[in-house]
Design a protein around this ligand. Sequence first.
Ligand code: GDP
Length: 478
Amino acid sequence: DIITVADLASRMAMRQTDLIKELMKQGHMVTANNTLDADTAQLIVEDMGHSVKRVSEADVEEGLIAPDRADAALKPRPPVVTIMGHVDHGKTSLLDAIRKANVVSGEAGGITQHIGAYQIEAPSGDKITFLDTPGHAAFTAMRARGANVTDIVVVVVAADDSVMPQTEEAISHARAAGVPMIVAVNKIDVPGADPNKVKTDLLRYEVQVESMGGDIQDVEVSALKKTNLDGLLDAIALQAEFLELTANADREAYGSVVEAKLDKGRGTVATFLVQAGTLKRGDIVVAGSEWGKVRALSDENGKPMKEALPSQPVEILGLGGVPEPGDQFVVVESEARAREVAEYRARVKREKQNAQSAGTSLEQMMAQLADAEIKDLPVVIKGDVQGSVEAIVGSLQKLSTDEVRVRVLHTGVGAISESDVVLAHASGAPVIGFNVRANAQARQEGERSGTEIRYYSVIYDLIDDIKGTLSGMLDPEL
Ligand code: GDP
């Protein structure tokens, strides 16, 4: 149990120089970066008139979001939806069309701005929140930071183009996140568009939509002609009802950062998505390793808000620095506490960056999984031909037992691409290449995110390695 002088000063909310002076008076010749053992620290803290509560670093983090009170009332909350799909299949058009068609009256004509998310009221009266950074990058970046904010994924497929590589990725992303899908078949206005081909093609990816007798909702729309947008909103509302989404609004707020930037005139402008509680003006928040007092709240139409409720996106001013998308924000009781948490998180971030072997190796994953309840090993598999990929998946699935299993997040034929690595990273999975290599961008992304890429040319070796990893995941006492 040791603590640096700088740390101790910040926890006591005193200046480092004052603490160093005090330590010197007591005969400790130290600088801010020296460490003190717990007993020395305790003595000095008591001398300074503070009471001592020894906590582990995890306490700082884990104690942060207080449990709900026993009598907390959970109330329904709107779903948070992400639209994904292949480039040019109409994600942006759909988001724009839905937003324009459902602007709350009185705000029509107002200047809508892109803040990363918006909430609409469907004709049925249901509220729905859309994350409006389409594409997989934002979704994955948030998931990689542990922010599972999306409740429902809408996979857009253009009826004149059908299933394309990024459609497949979108399906894999939704599955990896364990989030239900709705298929929106778009561009049905295009002459020669064939929605049925889309639905049949989807069967190859084990996506069986309702109109094909399956249980995944599908809706035919045209973002351009604004056809059946209400049908899509109804499908979302129905799925949401099924999910029974609830949150306690009556507590200090916490949630995720959707995006943030530095504005010359206004300072840090951040979009938060409240996941529980009510965020109010004057609240002291920590977001990632930044903190501040909420000076102003506004919606995506620039309209000031008094408070933001669960699932509501809100733009806030007042943070001292710019947090990153996917960072968690939390309201704390005092500025001292905010500073302490922010510094703690900043230090953890630095340590992570400094760590030599950052990222996910199979060995680290075993360690992480050592005390997880369900032990599964996520993997992304790329191979040279479809036949070998299928053979590998089949063999890996046979390795699974009641206690451990391989979870195949995504498979594909061809070189390992950057998006394979990004997808793997979000779930802490390695990428396995069979008779294929990673391209330069994929290798860079692998190094940057610390995602392991393993190459094999003999199926037996591959299976053997995974078998070894799985047996390492078994409880030692079993
Ligand atoms: P994204 O890359 O998925 O965000 O796709 P966009 O929304 O940028 O759309 C790509 C192109 O398809 C644009 O030129 C859109 O105008 C067009 N587009 C989108 N939706 C429709 C539609 O329903 N019908 C037709 N005909 N064109 C559409």
